[in-house]
Design a binder for this molecule. Structure first.
Ligand SMILES: N[C@@H](CCC(=O)N[C@@H](CS)C(=O)NCC(=O)O)C(=O)O
Length: 205
């Protein structure tokens, strides 16, 4: 069977998988699901992912959910194409625990929260969390070009996927020169531009 990716292209977690697939040159079909596309409330979907979240990956004999588990699986199937080791894994975990919640906080406040429920005070609080997480990334990237060291790795797929939205929303405003240079390098990659630097207008409330 042609491998299948379930999930709308506007989901940053789906984008992680799409970016990895594009870097690896894997053919697959994508089926829109989630948000206004629906499908996640069907029994068929729950049988694939009882958590009813996107993305879901299907290939011969394997159905997987959790975006970063899918990315790890794909990288392990194509060894050498994108670096992956314990340091990359550490930054992937940091993305899950710390960076992504901070990015999502600001993103949801600015894009997915009705204007009447937004406030400068809430945004200031969310920005402090985002800046604290980005400061940790800044510290690493002022020593090395990429999170894993000298090459693009699974850590970029996880953390780097968030950066388009961060910069598109006007963060970080200043004081993060290494993160800015990193984002510049990411945005020079055709696969990143095609899969991550895309419109999120359908998510606006
Ligand atoms: N930890 C999960 C999170 C999955 C998740 O929360 N996906 C969101 C989209 S980014 C979702 O399914 N939202 C419900 C929807 O779009 O209907 C992963 O990385 O795959």
């Amino acid at each position: 069977m042609t491998p299948r990716l379930w999930g709308r292209a506007s989901s940053v977690n789906v984008q992680k998988v799409m970016w990895a697939l594009a870097e690896l040159g894997v053919d697959y079909e994508r089926i829109d699901a989630g948000w206004t596309y629906g499908r996640t409330d069907t029994d068929e979907f729950a049988a694939m992912n009882p958590n009813r979240r996107i993305p879901v990956w299907q290939e011969d004999g394997l159905t997987l959910w959790e975006s970063q588990a899918i990315v790890r699986h794909l990288l392990s199937r194509h060894p050498g194409a994108i670096a992956f080791g314990p340091v990359a894994d550490q930054w992937m975990e940091f993305t899950t625990s710390t960076l992504q919640p901070a990015v999502i906080g600001v993103f949801w406040h600015c894009i997915r929260t009705p204007e009447t429920e937004r406030s400068a005070e809430k945004l200031a609080h969310l920005s402090r969390s985002l800046n604290a997480a980005l400061r940790i990334v800044e510290g690493r990237l002022s020593e090395t070009d990429w999170l894993d060291g000298n090459a693009v790795s699974g850590a970029e797929i996880a953390a780097g996927s968030l950066m388009f939205r961060v910069f598109d929303l006007g963060w970080p405003r200043d004081g993060f020169p290494a993160v800015e240079r990193w984002y510049q390098r990411l945005s020079e990659r055709p696969a990143y531009r095609e899969t991550v630097m895309t419109s999120y207008d359908e998510l606006r409330i």
